[in-house]
Design a binder for this molecule. Structure first.
Ligand SMILES: O=C(O)CCC(=O)C(=O)O
Ligand SMILES: [Fe+2]
Length: 326
């Protein structure tokens, strides 16, 4: 269930759209059920840029969040061994967001890559961690591909599907938010849109994630036991030439419980241009973004944040529109 939570005080009850994938045959294209699910996906993304996905293969939360607890309980000097050249994928702590801690695993659905991360954290091995996180990454990457297939079909550009998938990779972010004793709540992560293509999020059902509607209200997302949240990012806005808008979201921590979340990001590979298919550009939909290399964009974006990260608002100097808007 999702409740609306206006900036101050309480709002009326409201849910994020929910799309039920639990009885859909994987990738069984063209069936009545596929077609109707596809239309619901398209509508939810047009209205909110995100939705709750009810799914049959939701991980066991107890196992999932117990391995995450083991990870974040490691000494800081071990956790900071996770360093990557790509922005936002190393172990991260920000002075402007003191409740937030995250670490990232590039190519998490590829077992060998994941095992490298596990070995760095636990040189003596931790098979349960690898197995649990790998299973999560596989389930969510398949779900992501199914949803993206539906979106492309719904715009009549499914012939781009193979390229669209092959030119993206996956990055998994594991996040811990410490509790806040401030009764008005404290920022867990600042309001932002994701910069990548698409994201699938799962949490330990401790509140915090809030999504802003087009009219500016904040919805507090309560992920139901059988669900993930699917969101689109700025790169998908560019790819669809503005037909889908990414939702602004943030995390606000209230109360005395730790929040854990995992987000599987689909990310455009470097040395390739993200560009909208020609079929999505016409006189009613003039091109909004010049083709761009995502890895170059995200590097520029990350350095623009560093300049201002001492302010509580973490003001960003750069966004995709400034970077390559037409
Ligand atoms: O932890 C959450 O619920 C949100 C995380 C998020 O928005 C992000 O990592 O981009
Ligand atoms: Fe996000």
């Amino acid at each position: 269930m999702v409740l609306i939570n206006k900036e101050m005080g309480f709002g009326s009850a409201l849910r994020l759209p929910t799309v039920d994938f639990s009885s859909l045959d994987h990738f069984k294209l063209g069936t009545r059920e596929w077609e109707s699910t596809k239309m619901q996906v398209r509508k939810a993304l047009e209205e909110y840029g995100c939705f709750e996905v009810v799914y049959s293969e939701v991980p066991n939360r107890k196992e999932m969040f117990s391995v995450m607890e083991d990870l974040f309980n490691l000494p800081l000097e071990t956790k900071i061994l996770n360093q990557s050249k790509e922005p936002f994928t190393s172990h991260q702590l920000f002075s402007a967001m003191p409740l937030f801690e995250s670490t990232g695993i590039n190519d998490a659905p590829i077992l060998e890559q994941l095992k490298k991360f596990t070995k760095l954290m636990w040189p003596q091995e931790n098979g349960v961690f690898s197995k649990t996180i790998h299973s999560f990454s596989k389930i969510t990457s398949e779900l992501d591909q199914m949803i993206r297939r539906m979106v492309l079909e719904s715009f009549g550009v499914e012939e781009y599907y193979d390229d669209h998938i092959n030119l993206t990779k996956y990055h998994l972010r594991l996040i811990k938010y410490n509790p806040s004793d401030n009764e008005n709540g404290d920022i867990g992560i600042n309001p932002h849109t994701d910069k990548n293509m698409t994201s699938i999020l799962f949490d330990n059902q401790i509140d915090g994630l809030e999504i802003q509607t087009k009219v500016g209200e904040w919805i507090t997302v309560k992920i139901s036991p059988k669900s993930f949240i699917f969101l689109i990012g700025d790169s998908f806005l560019a790819w669809t030439n503005g037909r889908l808008q990414p939702p602004v979201h943030r995390v606000t921590m209230r109360g005395n419980k730790v929040r854990y979340s995992l987000v599987l990001f689909s990310v455009p590979k470097g040395r390739h241009l993200v560009q909208s298919p020609k079929e999505l550009v016409d006189k009613d939909h003039p091109l909004l973004f010049n083709p761009f290399d995502y890895q170059e964009f995200i590097t520029t974006y990350a350095s623009s944040i560093k300049v201002t990260s001492s302010t509580m608002n973490c003001k960003r100097e750069m966004n995709l529109e400034k970077y390559c808007g037409v």
